[in-house]
Design a protein around this ligand. Sequence first.
Ligand code: SF4
Length: 460
Amino acid sequence: MPPAHVVAVAPGSPAASNGIRTGDEVLSLNGEAVRDVIRYQLQADEPVVELEIRRGGLEQLVVVEKPAGAPLGAELDSPVFDRVQTCDNHCPFCFIHQLPKGMRRSLYLKDDDYRLSFLYGNFTTLTRFTEADLERVVTERLGPLYVSIHATDPDVRAQLLRNRRGATSLRWLAALLDGGIDVHGQIVVCPGINDGAVLDDTLLGILDRFPRLLTVGVVPLGVSDYTNERDMRAHTTAEAAAVIDTVARWQQRFRSAVGRRLVFAADEYYVLAQCPFPDHGEYEGFPQHENGIGMVRAFESDVTAALRGEQAAGMGPRAGFFAWVDGAPADGYRAPRAARATPTSPGDRTATTSVAIVTGEYGARVLAPLLPELCDVAAGPVRLVVVPNRFFGGNIAVTGLLTGRDVSEALAGEPVGDRYLVPDVVLSRDRFLDGTTVADLPRAVEVVPTDGASLVAALR
Ligand code: SF4
């Protein structure tokens, strides 16, 4: 097991005042080897923490005393040290299989690790889950977890995962729910395979076998130009509308049976079907906001609240457990993004400086109706720079999958001297998916957290 390295020490923290330094290897905490940041957190929460560290080849014991539950203040270089459990499925809709070559290596990692589900909200199929994992999850109360369901029919699920164990691994979902663990589910819908009657059957299976699921998100597959799967295709408008109808029908049934809607369709379906989005209250607190469910309504209401000078609900991207874990680095697709805007100097602006919001094609459909109000806030012209996703092609139109290359192409034709606002959802650890940074763009941009209140604040 590779050692954990300290990559940052919070100034003034117990770790700092006890001499822990960046670069130190942490061999154990309270005698327990550092297997992952979940165990690390449990030990670091103790009022007395004995850290066995190695610095320059020499081992030493550092004893930290602090209030129980207070952060230690040392960030480690990885969330998992005893190898990430990788996925042994071969889903035809897998977006990782549809990535072009040459992207950064971490993007090609197909994890199927319940710990990353707990830490980052990654979905797990449970095909590699074990009895020991179940015992740990239940004992340490590692929830909520996020489970890919796709279909409850064993044969269809095995076909979708291209893994025989997919037929039986939902037994672990039942065991997790029986163990009192909170779980959110997801169904990636592939038209012609698990939509229509199969989707109905899946939702019936959920009502019958897994009614304790907190929520189930129904999301469309993404199809990039790099897919090799002939059967994978984007939804037609009619197919998207049919999914919305199915979800609405089942929301009624779930409300009658379990008192809540339980199943929600992704925003993308309403854009595809050109249907109005459900009302704000129908999202029941936006539990799957980070997965593209209710983002539009949450964004709109944040904008409206900010325009009225009210406190927004703050439904920006959530980091879940990660928001409080002490020591876990940001990584994967869900790295925490900009905590605040990075404004250009107000002295560089003039009363006639025009503001442009950089967005993807779906984002533009959400932002366009809000432009008159946003112009009022900015007391000047506000426009959109809509960036088509040429990098991935296919049906990929969400803002979060824009690359620096496409943003550069779009900005190159824009006037110099305007303000360009870029939502932080396009960046992870300050990099676009293609590895470029905002410094590589042909225009200076301001990175703004991806929520309505932050956008209004940036325009003011
Ligand atoms: S389980 Fe996820 S990572 Fe694994 S092949 Fe399927 S979509 Fe890809």
